[in-house]
Write a protein of this length. Structure first.
Length: 144
């Protein structure tokens, strides 16, 4: 049995990004879902399917008015999905970029060497530990 086509990248994510951009521009909202859908080239059927999927996933908050919906907000997970808020992976990427800059530009050999050793430690299981650490930092939940 074949899997279905990916609708997240082709339909839902572009629609969610457009919604988030519109809500950022108009934080007191609401915004019209059909306008956001048209802006990313969705048909009415695609718009309805994407809206239903984003509601069921808890990504968007809506009020239904007649045949249109007002989108009144997005969730924390939606903000992370569109890049408005950091994810553990983006936190880790930023930490690695900072370490790479230190390893390349530090004024003393000891600092460069230590930064390189930390970067080497991010291989394999070290990456999972780094993601767990970044998750704790991003969410403000440092384990004890």
């Amino acid at each position: 049995m074949e899997k279905l086509d990916d609708t997240w990248n082709s339909r839902d994510l572009p629609f969610l990004i457009e919604i988030a951009q519109r809500l950022e521009a108009n934080p007191h909202g609401p915004i019209w879902g059909h306008e956001a859908a048209a802006a990313v080239g969705l048909s009415e059927q695609q718009h309805q399917a994407a809206t239903a999927r984003l509601i069921s996933a808890g990504y968007i908050e809506v009020q239904h008015l007649d045949q249109f919906e007002d989108i009144t907000g997005i969730s924390e997970s939606a903000a992370r999905a569109v890049g408005l808020w950091p994810t553990p992976e983006t936190g880790l990427e930023r930490m690695i970029a900072a370490l790479e800059a230190i390893a390349a530009n530090a004024s003393d050999d000891d600092t460069r060497s230590r930064a390189r050793k930390i970067l080497e430690g991010f291989g394999g299981a070290g990456k999972q530990i780094a993601i767990a650490t970044a998750t704790a930092v991003v969410t403000g939940q440092i384990p004890t």
